[in-house]
Design a protein around this ligand. Structure first.
Ligand code: ZN
Length: 133
């Protein structure tokens, strides 16, 4: 795994949080993207070489809606950049991690993504992401 690509934060109100984080970073989000298949609307902020992804549920069945219902707003996942997501999934599986989607899917920000179940990683939802060429 390479650097931390981004940290995902679950929020109730993306518009409101975009304003809050713009004040925090001193600069506005640089994109908003909806991932319909995941039921999320996201916005991205740059923080040095890493990013912050805000996630708002776009429907009640969304994993983000369920997360907020259970835990409230806050850090939802940590995403690591990988150069070969297929081999990284195989490696982590052989290390005993539970992979939520063994076939990478298209995520936000032009990435192929796969998630590790938090119960296999000390309660942390981990995202692997690989830039799509
Ligand atoms: Zn993410």
């Amino acid at each position: 795994m390479d650097k931390i690509e981004h940290i995902g934060i679950a929020v109730k109100d993306l518009k409101k949080s975009n304003k809050l984080f713009a004040r925090l970073f001193g600069s506005a989000h640089y994109k908003i993207e909806e991932v319909a298949s995941e039921g999320v609307k996201t916005s991205f902020f740059k923080s040095g070489h890493s990013k912050i992804e805000l996630l708002e549920a776009s429907n009640q069945d969304s994993a983000i809606a369920k997360f907020i219902e259970k835990k409230g707003e806050g850090i939802h996942h940590i995403a690591f950049e990988v150069s070969d997501i297929i081999s990284e999934i195989a490696r982590l599986k052989s290390e005993g991690f539970i992979i939520l989607n063994e076939t990478p899917k298209k995520g936000a920000d032009n990435k192929l993504v796969a998630f590790l179940h938090p119960k296999s990683a000390n309660g942390v939802l981990i995202e692997l992401c690989q830039e799509i060429d």
